[in-house]
Every structure is written in C-alpha cells, then in structure tokens.
Design a protein around this ligand. Structure first.
Ligand code: ASP
Length: 601
C-alpha cells in the first residue's frame, strides 16, 4: 500500500455519497466501468471542435476526462464528472501519468464551485515566491509535492504513536498556557485577562509537566507535543514545532535509547519502506574529535586527523603550542582531489577559519614527485623532512589531495575544521544513505554566561555522569552529563537526559550554575516541591518530528512539511498575523501599547 493509500484509509475507502473512485487510482481493471469523480480542473485543452480534454485532479492524482467542448470549465473549478473509463487511443498514452494509458469518456460534468484563476500554477515545477506561496497556502498545498509531504507526516505520526503505545507509553496532553520552562530559549507570553499584568508562558517543551507525570506514577508518558520558542527562524527552526516527547520511570539511559531507537526505526520503515540497521553510538568527545561537531554527518568521510604527534617539539611556530592554552591540538582534514583549488578559494577558506576564531589555517597541496608525493604550501620551507612525511602518513593524502590544518585550543581547532569539512563535503540533508547516530556523554555545561556562571548544555535537571559528580564544584567544565542526542545526516533530531531526582544532587548542580535557593524556588519551585513527595528515577527524550519528516521528504526546510508555517521574519502572510489588537481588546487585557517612537529627524 502506498503512503497516500495508508493515510486515505486504504484502497476501497474512497467511495462517498458523491464519488465512486479517486482520479489517480483509475486502473485497467476499471475499463468499461461508469465512474463518478470529484476534483479540481487541473488543465483544459480543446480537442477538435466539440470536445475538450480536462485533466481532473484530486489528492490521489490526475486523470484525463473527455468532456463536451461547450462546458465552461476553467482552471481550479471544482467539478463532478461522470463517464466511462476507456483506454486512450493508440499512441496517445502519457507515460508521465499513473493513469496515462486511460481516460474517462462521454463525460457529464457538474460544476460544484467556480474558482478565480489561481495565483500560481498548481504544479510542482512552478517556481513561486515564498511569500506568495504562504499567502495562498491553501492553493500551494494542492501541489502534489506538498500533498505528499503532509501525508508523509501523517504516516510518520501514526508510526510513532503505534510504536510508543506498543512499548507501554501512555499519551497525555499537557497545557499550552503554562509557566516558564527550562530550555533556555526566549519564550512567548500570553497576557491574562482575569489577572491583568500577569502572563502565561507558552511551553518551550512539556519538560516540567512530563517530570511531574513521573512523580504521579504514570510510568511511561508520550505526546506528539507542540513546542514554542521565540528564536530566530532558519531552515530547521520555526516558532512552533512538533516533538515526539517522552519520559519514563525506573529506567537507565540505555532503556531510553532503546525506546527511541525502536520508535524512530519504525517511523523510518513506514516512511521509506526500509528499516535502517542499528543506530551507532559515539561519545560527544569522540564526535568532536573526529568530526568537529556534536551532530556529525556520517554520510561522508573526511574525518579529523590528529597531527599532534607529527609536530611534537616542532620548530614551526604555527604548530607549536601557544602559551596559556589548556589543551593544544594540531588537527587536519584531507580533502580528496582538493589540490586543484585556486589560491583565492584557499584564501576564502583561511578567512572562514579566522572568522570562526582560529588564528589561521594551514594548507598543503599534495603534489606528485619522483619519490612519490611532496607538499606545496607557504609553510613547506619551514617543515622538516620528518614533518613532511608525517603529514602524508597521518592523513593518507596522495597527489591531487589537499590537507587543511589548524593548530589551536583543541575544541576550537576541531570546530573550525568540522565547519570546513561540512562546507567542502556536505550534501543535501535528505540525500541518502540515512545515517543515524546517538551522541552520548555530553558535557554538563557549555561555556559561561555574562555573570561567569556555567550554562547548562541541556537543562538544569540533567543528571551528571556518576563518575563526575565530585567535579561539580572543583572543575565544572570537565563534568560529563547523562545527556544524549540523536542525529540524522548532520541534523540534530532531538535530545534527552537522565534527570536528577535527588534533592542533594540537584542542589549541587544549582550551586554550580550559580542558581540560589530563592531563584530555584521562584523558577522551578513547583517541580522541586513535587519531588519532595516521592520522585522516581526517570529519564526522557524528545525529537523534532518536523525535522525527521523533512529529511524523509528530501526537503531542506521544515516549512515544506508544516501546513501553515511562518516566513523567515515570523509573519503569516495568509492571516496577516501578528497584528495589532483593537484598543478594546487591549484594554480588556490591561495592556497599554506606547505610540511608535518618532523616526530619526
Ligand atoms: N525537553 C527537552 C527538549 O525539548 C528534551 C528532553 O530532555 O526530554 O530539548
């Protein structure tokens, strides 16, 4: 059964009081059958003096109908057609159409609704401005590609629900009007009419609600949950997005990884027809060291190579450890066939590396010599023979290849090369093979905030790695957490963690984060209070359904798999949202909006 058949309820369920068949599902077996079809006029072509060909479209596809040429049928009119299925005459078949060998003849047509000319052609190959597409989204969604995307999404949702339910998870809906949540993004606030001056906050995720459900003894919770974050929009980010959200009690990290793996593999199988193999696992430290990214794209090689041993005790300043660096590294990537890059392209890469904070980027073109291979580089004359040989041996580079190297603080060197690796090797996210990966043992903290306090890499309820708890006060930067991410083709699909359920550990984490008891009480008091009534050990995960579906659909932007998304600037051209509120409505909410500030001059 195809994706669209599954969502439509399967072959045979298309019959309604108004139609007998679907346009795209007419087959040879229907030849001679009188059918009644309903849909939109996709195209009309005159056929001789008295007849016209009308391509009739519904969600399942298109079929050609031969109608009376006098009928006034224009593009996108909604019609019901009754006629007899027959083979098209010899030589008239259209192989591009599933029904291309057939047509419906002797048609009687009833116009169900007239239509204004559409703002753009309802065909996949028509290029249309994004703003226009979203303003007329109801027409845009008629296009086959968009129909397929929304139906793919429904197939994925159904598979996710099925897998979660099968594994004993209970679906619970949590509130949208809620209080601040801990993911750290800017939040949307909703003014309260009954409590003027007070606001609800739209949840960045159901994080706190699902932890409360664990205290309630629900044991295994899931939800296809809408999450809202007021962050700058980009290809993989919208204000509102949908997560498969889950939480379970009396489980370890491995249990959660098992639940999620099973669920994602089920969804992948439902979407693509192929069940991916087991999902590989790597630690965050390994991912950074080998790919320079915590969301490594494993579809291609170009792994980061450690040139540290080649340059131990080197006389080349660029590769010697600078003063004050905590962990120095010389890392490199080998770009196959990159040796033909022009000088200006190489200069562009150097600029790029510098823009990301590196002190520089060394490049070596590998050339063919009598002895085998040599290096061409502004740095070549400073290298010893051993260093030259060491670079070639460590990278495995051969004539025609390019080696790029960064000598810097380990994390910076890795990140910069990770970005260059992507810039030089990456492919569209939806291009197979699909490479899933679990990244585990994330650091507990990621940098420091303006006040000098560590920032939680996941959220403040994440359990530290059991071996690192004592480092919380002495060396927070070295603390690993029990947080994990799922990655697909270089996109982060989702994150989760084992949660802290013990007040003493939570206090130590808050101390490390510089969160006082009073602040913890005011921000998360209701959760911490609930924990005093008996919190089971628990852990959870959430992953973005929009991202997963976009990858399955081969789309680079999650807007393409969301029925009514916002533009890059957060606007909705269809409804005009966001819009000013009428003065009476503002007064009702107790809100006064200051007049716009006078412009300059
Ligand atoms: N609430 C987290 C998030 O949305 C996921 C989790 O830890 O379950 O990123």
């Amino acid at each position: 059964m195809s994706t669209s058949e599954r969502v439509a309820g399967g072959a045979g369920t298309e019959v309604t009081s108004m139609r007998s068949h679907l346009c795209g599902r007419i087959t040879d077996a229907d030849v001679g059958v009188v059918v009644r079809l309903c849909g939109w006029v996709a195209r009309r072509r005159e056929h001789g003096e008295h007849l016209a060909f009308v391509d009739l479209r519904d969600f399942s596809g298109v079929v050609q109908c031969v109608v009376d040429g006098a009928a006034d049928l224009r593009s996108e009119y909604v019609v019901a057609v009754t006629g007899t299925v027959r083979h098209r005459p010899e030589g008239m078949a259209n192989p591009a159409l599933a029904t291309g060998r057939l047509e419906v003849g002797d048609c009687a047509v009833e116009i169900l609704a007239v239509a204004e000319p559409p703002p753009f052609g309802v065909e996949d190959r028509v290029e249309v401005d994004e703003g226009v597409r979203l303003k007329y989204r109801f027409v845009d969604l008629r296009r086959p590609r968009m129909q397929a995307n929304l139906r793919m999404r429904a197939v994925v949702n159904a598979a996710l629900r099925e897998a979660m339910t099968r594994q004993g998870f209970c679906e619970v809906e949590t509130p949208l009007l809620w209080a601040p949540t801990p993911e750290g993004a800017r939040e949307f606030a909703v003014p309260s009419r009954l409590h003027p001056g007070s606001f609800y906050v739209l949840p960045q995720s159901p994080q706190l609600a699902k932890q409360l459900l664990m205290v309630s003894g629900l044991d295994r919770y899931f939800q296809i949950a809408r999450c809202l974050r007021d962050e700058d929009l980009r290809a993989d980010r919208q204000f509102e997005f949908t997560q498969l959200d889950m939480e379970a009690s009396f489980v370890t990290q491995d249990d959660v990884l098992g639940f999620v793996t099973e669920t994602v593999l089920d969804a992948a199988e439902a979407a693509t027809g192929v069940r991916p193999g087991p999902i590989e696992r790597l630690t965050w430290a390994d991912a950074m060291d080998r790919y320079g990214s915590d969301k490594p794209d494993l579809r291609f090689g170009m792994e980061l190579i450690d040139l540290g041993p080649v340059f131990t005790g080197t006389g080349v300043r660029a590769f010697a450890p600078p003063e004050g660096v905590r962990r120095h590294a010389v890392k490199a990537i080998c770009v196959p066939d990159g040796g033909s890059m022009t000088r200006s392209r190489l200069d562009g890469l150097v600029d790029r590396a510098r823009a990301q904070g590196a002190k520089g980027l060394a490049w070596f073109k590998v050339t063919a010599t009598e002895g085998g291979a040599g290096l061409e580089s502004p740095l070549d004359r400073f290298l010893s023979d051993d260093e030259r040989a060491g670079i070639l041996a460590a990278t495995g580079a051969g004539p025609g290849d390019l080696v790029l190297a960064v000598s810097d603080e380990h994390r910076l060197a890795c990140t910069v090369l990770g970005q260059l690796r992507l810039a030089l090797g990456s492919r569209p996210v939806g291009e197979g093979p699909f490479r899933y990966a679990w990244v585990v043992e994330f650091p507990m903290f990621d940098g420091v905030d303006a006040a000098g306090n560590p920032v939680p890499a996941h959220h403040p309820f994440t359990m530290p790695h059991p071996d690192d708890v004592d480092l919380l006060s002495s060396d927070p930067a070295a603390v690993r957490s029990q947080a994990y991410d799922l990655v697909l083709n270089g996109w982060e699909l989702g994150s989760g963690s084992v949660r802290i359920h013990r007040a003493d550990i939570q206090r130590r984490v808050f101390d490390a984060l510089g969160i006082s008891e009073a602040e913890a009480e005011s921000r998360f008091g209701f959760l911490l209070g609930a924990f005093r009534y008996g919190a089971p050990p628990h852990a959870g995960f959430a992953f973005g359904i929009d991202r997963l579906v976009a990858i399955f659909c081969g789309e680079e932007n999650i807007r393409e798999v969301i029925a009514f998304p916002k533009t890059q600037s957060g606007a909705d051209p269809l409804t005009g949202a966001p819009k000013p509120l009428a003065p009476a409505a503002l007064a009702d909410l107790g809100i006064r909006v200051p007049p716009p500030a006078p412009g300059p001059g």
